[in-house]
Design a binder for this molecule. Structure first.
Ligand SMILES: Nc1ncnc2c1ncn2[C@@H]1O[C@H](COP(=O)(O)OP(=O)(O)OP(=O)(O)O)[C@@H](O)[C@H]1O
Ligand SMILES: [Mg+2]
Length: 379
């Protein structure tokens, strides 16, 4: 659904109403003849577009700056193409300009291109797991910050699942005391994990298209979550969410393997220490036999630059390293203590920037040229 706010006088308002009401994918959030009222309402609503009649702008100079700063696309309806209209369109950073006569032909396809739900249904959904045979190498830090970055940059439905069933850290890291976890989801469900129960177990993150599914709060409940539950949870999330991320435990248990089977990408994390790298190299051999697809397993070296040199790492690891993430200093610990992901708390931190770059590379790989280009960055 595309949520649109319309601000126009007569007769443009009538034309717009007629066109918009015929579009099943459009919801008119409000229609007003006052540009000031429209700008005030825009601050309170999640909008996908705002349509403005140029004639209302002539006596509202002070509002042009506010319009230019809006993050949603603004479309300007002009009386006739002339220099003054072009100047106004530029001043408010309009993404498109159309005359009253062209509304019926130009507006519907433009609004359709903002329809995230139709985009979501044509996009290939992907699932990504973060694993390491060694503990404490930064799996959860990567999974959490990557999920936040993917959700923010793509604006697609994203899920983050804590499959470290015994010692899941995502809850403590970003969400204090959940009243529902995977334990409540699977308890009493001998057969299939019910879809409505799963959607109730998801915790929506404020301001992002991100849902969390947390691990049981107590390790003694980890075994309640069986391999078939994990298969069903991931199958359902992969159909409802464009991106699904999983934080995986170090042990190669049945549950963990059944999660890995479902994943499109398995990120294997190591730090630049010889013992960790040797361990990782051994388990990579097993994983490469299980998952021979060369694009599935991707090596991540976390805290790169703090241990043995790159050339030595590449000698030990039987796979090209896909991503190098630097040390974030004390900030990752501080972020975990405050319950806010590093990319939110300290977006300028070197580790935050590096994880955000991984998200950008993944989105380029997944969505390429189909990524929307009309979105304006907040100023
Ligand atoms: N690049 C980094 N720079 C600095 N600190 C980091 C970095 N990556 C992770 N850390 C810190 O290292 C510790 C371990 O990280 P994290 O919990 O993400 O690892 P893990 O592999 O999930 O551990 P576990 O095996 O216990 O689940 C945390 O305190 C985290 O803040
Ligand atoms: Mg962890």
């Amino acid at each position: 659904m595309v949520r649109v706010l319309v601000s126009a006088g007569s007769p443009v308002m009538e034309f717009l109403n007629q066109t918009l009401k015929a579009l099943p994918f459009v919801e008119i959030v409000a229609a007003t003849g006052s540009i000031r009222e429209a700008v005030d309402m825009a601050a309170l609503e999640a909008l996908d577009a705002m349509i403005i009649d140029e004639s209302l702008l002539s006596d509202s100079w002070g509002l042009q700056d506010r319009l230019a700063r809006e993050v949603f696309p603004v479309i300007l309806i002009i009386t006739a193409p002339h220099a003054e209209s072009t100047r106004r369109a530029l001043a408010i950073h309009a993404i498109d300009v159309m005359t009253q006569d062209t509304i019926a032909s130009l507006l519907p396809p433009l609004l359709q291109s903002f329809d995230k739900s139709s985009e979501n249904s044509t996009l290939t959904h992907r699932s990504i797991g973060v694993y390491s045979p060694k503990g404490g190498v930064g799996k959860t830090t990567l999974a959490v910050n990557l999920a936040w970055s993917l959700a923010r940059l793509s604006e697609r439905t994203t899920a983050l699942v804590d499959l470290d069933l015994q010692f899941g850290d995502i809850g403590p890291m970003v969400y204090d005391s959940p009243d529902i976890t995977m334990r409540e989801l699977v308890e009493g469900s001998k057969g299939r994990v019910e879809e409505d129960k799963l959607s109730r177990a998801l915790i929506a993150v404020d301001g992002l298209s991100l849902d969390l599914l947390l691990a049981p709060l107590n390790p003694q409940y980890a075994d309640l979550v069986e391999s078939h539950h994990i298969r069903e949870i991931l199958t359902q999330l992969k159909s409802s969410h464009v991106y699904t991320l999983c934080d995986l435990p170090a042990a190669l248990t049945d549950q963990n393997l059944s999660a890995m089977d479902q994943l499109d990408i398995l990120m294997v994390v190591a730090t630049p220490e010889v013992i960790t790298l040797r361990n990782v190299a051994r388990s990579l051999k097993v994983l490469q036999t299980l998952y021979p697809d060369p694009t599935k397993i991707r090596m991540v070296i976390n805290r790169s630059g703090t241990g043995i040199p790159q050339a030595r790492i590449e000698e030990i690891i039987p796979l090209k390293v896909s991503y190098w993430t630097p040390s974030g200093g004390v900030s990752p610990v501080r972020s975990a203590n405050t319950g806010k992901p590093l990319v939110v708390l300290e977006p300028a931190n070197a580790l935050a920037i590096s994880i955000e770059n991984i998200a950008k590379m993944l989105l380029e790989e997944f969505e390429g040229s189909s990524r929307r280009t009309v979105r304006k960055d907040p100023l």
